[in-house]
Structure formats: C-alpha cells, structure tokens
Design a protein around this ligand. Sequence first.
Ligand SMILES: Cc1cc2nc3c(=O)[nH]c(=O)nc-3n(C[C@H](O)[C@H](O)[C@H](O)COP(=O)(O)OP(=O)(O)OC[C@H]3O[C@@H](n4cnc5c(N)ncnc54)[C@H](O)[C@@H]3O)c2cc1C
Length: 390
Amino acid sequence: MGAKALDPLDLYDVRSELSEDEAMVKDTVGRFVDDRVIPLMREAFEQHTFPMELVGEVAALGLFGSSIDGYDCAGLNGVSYGLICQELERGDSGLRSFVSVQSSLVMFPIHAYGSDEQKDRWLPAMARGEAIGCFGLTEPHGGSDPGNMKTHAKKDGDDWIINGAKMWITNAPIADAAVVWAKTDEGVKGFIVEKDMPGYATQEIENKFSLRASVTGAQFFDNVRVPRASVLPGVSSLKGPLSCLTQARYGIAWGVIGAAQACLNEALNYSQDRVLFGKPVAHTQAMQIRLADMARRITTAQLLALRLGRLKDKGELTPSQVSLAKWNNCRAALDIARDARDILGGAGISAEYVPIRHMLNLESVITYEGTETVHQLVIGKELTGVNAFG
Ligand SMILES: Cc1cc2nc3c(=O)[nH]c(=O)nc-3n(C[C@H](O)[C@H](O)[C@H](O)COP(=O)(O)OP(=O)(O)OC[C@H]3O[C@@H](n4cnc5c(N)ncnc54)[C@H](O)[C@@H]3O)c2cc1C
C-alpha cells in the first residue's frame, strides 16, 4: 500500500467521489470564501451586520437558486448545492444562511408552486441578487409546531387580506419580497408579500449573540392586501413550507461540515504551535484523542452528506433521511466547535480565532429548520410509526 498523506479535513478522500463538475464547484466557491469571505466575516460578526457587498459576487458565481434550471440559474445538481453550502459555511453560517434562504426557501417554492408570471418576475432577479427574499413561517408562539399557525388570510374579492406576525425571519428587514405562509379556508397557502405593501412591517432583532453576520427580524401583517397574482397557486397545505424546509435542511447538513472543518483546522494549527510542558500540546495523547475525535465526526458527516446528495440526485431522498443528517451533522459541528474553542484555551474566546464565532453561530443552526429534538422525533416516528410530537 502506498503511504499517501491524508488530508486532515477529508480523511476518507470524499473529494475523489466528486465528479469533475462537482469538484470545480467546490474549488471555485472555496477560493471565493478564502479570498473574499473569510477576511470580512470577523468584522461583520462583531458589527452585527451582513456584508451586503458580497451579494453581487455570490450572484455572479451562480450560487442563488443554483439547483434551478433556466431563469438565469445555474442548474447544478444536489451534491453541488451541498458543496456550495459547505464552502460558504466554512466562512460563516450567516452567509450560508443568506444563500440557503434565497435558494431553498424563496426561489424553490416560487419555482415549485408559483405561476409562470411569478417565476418570470422573481427568479431571474433573485438569481442576479437584485431582489432579496425571505421566508416567513415561524411565529412567536412556537416554531416547532407550524400547524398551530395563527397568521391567516381571508379572501376579499380578487384579493387576500393577511393578518398575523412572524418571528425569527432571516433577512426579513432587508428583503424585497417575503414568501409568507398563512392559514386560509382553503388550507395553508404561500403569499408573495412585497416590502412596500401597506400594512406590512418588519423589525430587526437586535442583540443576537449568534448568527450576528445575518439579519434576522420579525414580520407584522396588519390587513395586508395581496392580489391573487401574488398567491402561490400550486400548494394549499403545510406540505408547501415543509417541502422548502427539506431543501434547506439538506443544505444545512452539508454546510455545517464547513464550519466544523474550519474549527478543526484552527485547533490543529494552534495545538501544534502551542508549547506547554516543553512540547507542542498536540504531541500529548489527550490532545490527539480530541483531534482524532473531531476528524472522526467530520468524516462521518461528510459520508452521510454525500450519500444524502446522491439520493437527492436520484430523486429518492426522504424527509426523514434529511432529518437524520441535519441532526447528526449539526450536533457534530457544534461539539467540534465547542471543543476547538477549549483547545485554544483563553485565545479561544477571542474572535481573532474562528471557533468561538462558529460555535455561537451553530447554536442557531442546530435550532433553526427544526430543533435537534424535532429531528429526533421525526426519526422516532420513522422507526415506530408513532407520532410522538403531541
Ligand atoms: C437565527 C435564526 C434564524 C431563523 N430564520 C428563520 C427563517 O428565515 N424563517 C422561519 O420561518 N424561521 C426561522 N427561524 C426560526 C426557527 O426555525 C425556530 O426558532 C425553530 O423552529 C424553533 O422554534 P422556536 O424558536 O419557536 O422554539 P420552540 O418551538 O418553542 O421550541 C422550544 C423547545 O421545545 C423543544 N420541543 C419542541 N417540540 C417538542 C416536543 N414535541 N417534545 C419535546 N420537546 C420539544 C424544542 O426542541 C426546543 O428545545 C430562525 C431562528 C433563528 C434562531
């Protein structure tokens, strides 16, 4: 056997399983993240702002709605979308969230359930980054139980009148259009609410200690009149928003691998440089076990994500399979980030090093798009056939 040195961040050489096109996507986005994203993210996180200057560049790379064919979108496969998320989140979960929301939660439902006019109007503009979208599902009284939604829409002639409120909505304060889910007499429907529609207001959520390089807000609907042309005609049930979440959770399962890789990389470098008791701390058994455990978790997450991606590209992916990967990979990434933070000792609490930022971000990522408990219950239901949510 040849003694080929293994890549510490890819011990099973998952890269060799990628097609040429997939590897090219990974490398292109990876270079963008190294050159343009990483230098900006620390300050963006500290300033509690999203770096808007990146939007045009992300669009030029074809990263918005990358899985959609036509409408100025790149038409890439599911594995490529996963790799995009992974590379972006190696930079920061805030940027990956921006791209996930725009692609999976806004462009996906417009493409899957929208009219031709809605697709023509919004998809190319969103692909070019000229229009920013957001997705309003969660409400203040409990995001894990979207069936208990209070926001509702009533028909009034050819229009609909929306009343209610949404909470924790990524990009709400900066979005040109919001895909908003509301209860109606005909089931749960998706509405494209535009930022200047009378009665629609947003408020930024201040003082977040997680995902600080991402804008999060509340949405308020006070008799917002929406024309029939702005209702997504293709869906009238919770299946609509849930199908969007499956897409986004899929991207998260990949994305968090990038955050974990950034943390392992930092922990490796630091522990090899840090001399304690006369030798680099990386030369101790205790430290090597911790580093090895990080690599084990990353490798497992990579293999899970790749298998998930291949299932997606064969059209065989199920929501429970996505739940398992979202749960496993978020848990792995968060544990790795916390341990990397500790491996850096006191330096680990400084934003000069990446683990504390990733660690804080991952507290959101493990919560949004279904908390860890929610995904565990999805698997429990898959195994037993019994719904234990209630
Ligand atoms: C930074 C950020 C960005 C977000 N962006 C968006 C967005 O763009 N759009 C959007 O719609 N939402 C968004 N969310 C909302 C997110 O999806 C919700 O926070 C999440 O679904 C959890 O809902 P909740 O916060 O209301 O918690 P709750 O649902 O109130 O959950 C509270 C606790 O109860 C647990 N729990 C829930 N059900 C059960 C059960 N059956 N048995 C036992 N325990 C249970 C949960 O695991 C959790 O620990 C975002 C959230 C954050 C933090």
